[in-house]
Ligand binder design. Sequence first.
Ligand SMILES: [Zn+2]
Length: 476
Amino acid sequence: MQLNPRKYFRIFLLAGLVNLAAASAIDANTAELPDLGSPDLVLYDRSTEEKLGRAFVVSLHKGYNLFEDRDTNQYIRDLGHRIAGHTGTNRNFTFYVIDDLSINAFAGPNGVIGIHTGLIQAVRTEDELAAVIAHEISHVTQNHLSRRFDYANNHGNLNSLATIIAAVLIGMQNPDAGMATMMGGMGLNIQNQLKNSRIHEKEADSIGIKLLHQAGFDPHAMGDFFGRLSKASSINSFQTPEILRTHPISEKRLAEAENRARQLNKKEITKNSVDFALIKIKTAKNYETKVEMDRPLSKNERCYLLSHSETAKQTSKCLRQLAFEDNTTPIFFLEYLSKIEELTKHQRNRIDKRAHFLLELFPQNQSLLIGYANYLAEYETNLEAISILEQQQDMLLYQSNTHKRLSELYSKRKQSAHAYFYLAKANIEIGNLARAKHYLEQSKKAKYKADKRLSAKIASFEQKHRNLLIKKENNK
Ligand SMILES: [Zn+2]
């Protein structure tokens, strides 16, 4: 991604405010020391990590382009949580897709994992994508960031630290300009600390390969993908993929990954590569590039590719059929909903029936819920859209976009107390406490006294987030 000069300048200034003496006291070589300590020996506690994680998510939303496509987010999150489900920890994981063509993925503070769209384009199989996610998840479970990043010695404004961490992890298009140099000594220091050591890489590979295997993916995919990247970058050293800057690779590391995969029992590999192919088609279309996969597209996937093109204004016969008959993914149905025009009463009934069936089949699919609500708002009424969102929202792991949509729908109905309330909810999920507080106050100020249900909702929201809403975040 391209950072504008003004943004650099801001980061540079923020970094300058941090105690420079402390920054220079840390030898840059510290990052190269082997670290074999136990995962419990972390440099800061869980509550600091949570605060840093919230500030990190806020800086992702403010400073970077998050990939908006709902199906892609849903897919990456489903895949991520499916793998994270095998870690046996109570760690918190959240997955974000960054709209950036560099090949990169990262594990930020408090289990925030980012996947660049460039990575989705670069992997050739779902197993390779799963491998990178499993690798990042393992950096989280092994507390690699909190074992390397010396929070105490980088002590400063939490938000500016989070901004620098994001800048280093997400990287930039032109590495020669040197993001870290722009940020001064402090930035270089953090950059050195965030670069994983060989030992951490080995650990993330070995645990990640086990996770991959447990989640039903091909354990060889880790070595395959990193090996291919490393080969490509040795041919063209100007195009070192971003991911290799924070995850150093070596022949030894690849051989060890291959060995480890070979030791695991052969397992029936379970895949849903239909969604993978559809997401590849979506991201490729977004950048007008080719869909790179290790296999040809199936008949259904080709139907989707054609229906999804700019020229396909109306639904094709094959898409209509897939929308109502294919139960492997709701994406065909969503594509169909986005393309329909005039509808008869009979067609509407058919759509409602199908949507409810799919919502039962995919109860945690935010993309399906919002897609159907948008259809209701356009072809039925806003009230029906609100009703389905409110009924189903509690099933979802990620609710911020659902809350934003509810806020818009209430706002169209001129119910501002409700609209503000849902904005408060949307903001608390993405860590923006100041805004959440602001909107909550606005909601209470608006006239809602007659609405007992809303007062009860506000009261329970305040109770649930009492600690966050009352306490001031460490912003010194
Ligand atoms: Zn790594």
